[in-house]
Design a protein around this ligand. Structure first.
Ligand code: NDP
Length: 486
């Protein structure tokens, strides 16, 4: 096959201005920590240290929650929906104006390809604010009222903890609906990707958002835990690992706190032999190699009908040979860096287990950069359901291939995991799509496509993938009460 070469097309870094150190964003301003430590955030593609980040202490969490409570009582909880909407629109517009800055910063801090941060993460993040700005003055028309027409009211102060795979986008999924419904928030970004959340804090200042409505506290697991345990937090919204999600549920059991948990997944991407195979191959690639496979709803298990197996795998391998792995800031890059050394270790370990358990491992030839954290696109064939790579979330660019003969077998295998976040179905038959969607225990089922997101569409899981929905009208339900407010 001819090899296509691409000249480097690096996006300029000049648009971002990374400070050497950052404080915490509490009460509308950047403040020093009360007794907290600091840690460094690095560029995972180069291991370059980017900035010193404050590790918020329990005293800082206390300060942030107090600021959020004061803002809730004093301003935000009383403001009309129409006025709240104006602030959300303003934030959305500023995010669009500063989109390039956000995209470059996200790519530097996270390792994801610039074409994804530029074309997916940042536009979708702004879209979440636009969408929820529209809801802010229409909540009484959202069907959220309790019996006897009791109007929906905000919950109060919401603690939000987000992961590193879509830093700004997850922030938007959390903050936009919370604010639209009249809550104030304390958000903790992931330890390895705090920079776009801190830039978002500047956007809040630029938008003249009343102080304390949004508070951003950086830190690691202990900071998150202090937020979870804080007695004056009314609700927790968490996205991350199932393990930490379960720990949060245990901690708040027996308290008045509410929670929505968006946890892991092990999605089946199911390809029938009547599917348009070339399109399905693109969907398989997008399903598992988008964002280095650091996606909770990634199509990490390919279930392919036995009669189409050889054709699909041959075409998939040919396609993967064209995937460009390397500098995330290069506009031609398809697969960027793994987000952290720890995540790389997990991917390597689980891949070694896959081999040891007897699956067949394949990667296209690719030159990985020497510095930074890298893993090639990897396909395991001959995977059986009991293999750990068919059951556990690898959270990397690793695809496990299984086969099936009948639709019933496809459903049984697809549902055979502790998770239930998403699934994909590729077939020519509309009736089969509907039947499959009905049988699959997954919060989202994509048909002849994969990894499509929209703020109007609710997202969330079954089983150990968590509970609650984000996005759409359903996502608002997690941020209001139809009983008494506080
Ligand atoms: P975590 O669940 O640990 O991280 C998610 C967020 O929770 C981060 O902000 C994290 O802080 C915080 N956190 C960690 N411990 C606690 C705690 N005890 N109480 C409150 N908050 C806490 O995910 P990891 O980053 O450790 O990734 C581990 C695995 O989880 C991945 O390999 C992947 O399989 C899965 N994962 C799934 C995601 C999803 O979207 N479903 C997203 C991310 C990971 P900090 O960053 O400082 O640790």
């Amino acid at each position: 096959m001819p090899k296509f070469l691409y000249a480097p097309a690096p996006e300029s870094r000049a648009v971002v201005d990374i400070r050497s150190s950052y404080g915490l964003f509490i009460g509308g301003e950047f403040v020093e920590s009360a007794g907290g430590d600091s840690f460094k955030t690095i560029n995972p593609a180069t291991e370059e240290v980017l900035a010193d980040i404050t590790e918020a202490s329990a005293a800082d969490v206390e300060r942030a929650v107090r600021a959020a409570r004061a803002a809730y009582r004093g301003v935000w909880g009383r403001m009309s929906g129409a006025d709240r909407g104006k602030y959300l629109f303003r934030i959305a517009r500023i995010m669009q104006e500063r989109a390039r800055e956000f995209a470059v910063l996200e790519t530097i801090d996270n390792g994801k390809p610039i074409k994804e941060s530029r074309d997916v993460d940042i536009p979708l993040a702004a879209a979440h604010f636009f969408y929820h700005a529209g809801w802010a003055d229409k909540l009484e028309h959202a069907g959220l009222t309790g019996g006897a027409g009791v109007p929906a009211r905000p919950l109060g102060v919401v603690g939000q903890i987000i992961p590193w795979n879509f830093p700004l986008l997850m922030l938007s999924w959390k903050i936009a609906p919370a604010l639209a419904c009249g809550n104030t928030v304390v958000l903790k970004p992931a330890e390895t990707t705090p920079l776009t959340a801190l830039l978002f804090a500047e956007v809040c200042q630029q938008a003249d958002l009343p102080p304390g409505v949004v508070n951003i506290i950086t830190g690691a697991g202990a900071t998150g835990q202090a937020l979870v345990e804080h007695p004056d937090v009314d609700k927790l919204a968490f996205t991350g690992s199932t393990e930490v999600g379960k720990a949060i549920a245990r901690t708040i059991a027996g308290t008045r706190k509410r929670a929505t948990l968006e946890l892991g997944g092990k999605a089946a991407n199911i390809v029938f032999d009547d599917a348009p195979i070339d399109q399905a191959v693109e969907g398989i690639v997008n399903g598992i190699f988008f964002n280095q496979g650091h996606v909770c709803c990634a199509g990490s298990r390919l279930l392919v009908q036995e009669s189409a197996h050889d054709e699909v795998i041959a075409k998939l391998k040919r396609r993967l040979a064209t995937v460009r792995v390397g500098d995330p800031l290069d506009k031609n890059t398809d697969l960027g860096a793994i987000n952290s050394q720890a995540q790389l270790k997990q991917i390597r370990e689980l891949s070694a287990v896959g081999e040891a358990e007897g699956a067949e491992r394949w990667s296209p030839p690719c030159d990985l950069p020497v510095k930074g954290f890298w893993f090639p696109p990897t396909v395991f064939t001959n995977v059986s359901q009991t293999h750990r790579i068919a059951q556990e979330e690898v959270f990397g660019p690793v695809l496990s291939v299984l086969t099936f003969r009948t639709p019933q077998e496809a459903v049984a295998k697809a549902n055979n995991t502790p998770y239930g976040l998403s699934a994909g179905v590729w077939t020519d038959k509309g009736s089969r799509i509907l039947w499959m969607a009905d049988q699959l225990r997954a919060g989202v089922v994509w048909a002849n496509t994969f990894n499509k997101f929209d703020p109007t569409s609710p997202f969330g899981g079954y089983k150990e993938s968590g509970y609650g929905r984000e996005g759409g009208r359903h996502g608002l339900e997690g941020y209001v009460t139809t009983g008494g407010g506080r």
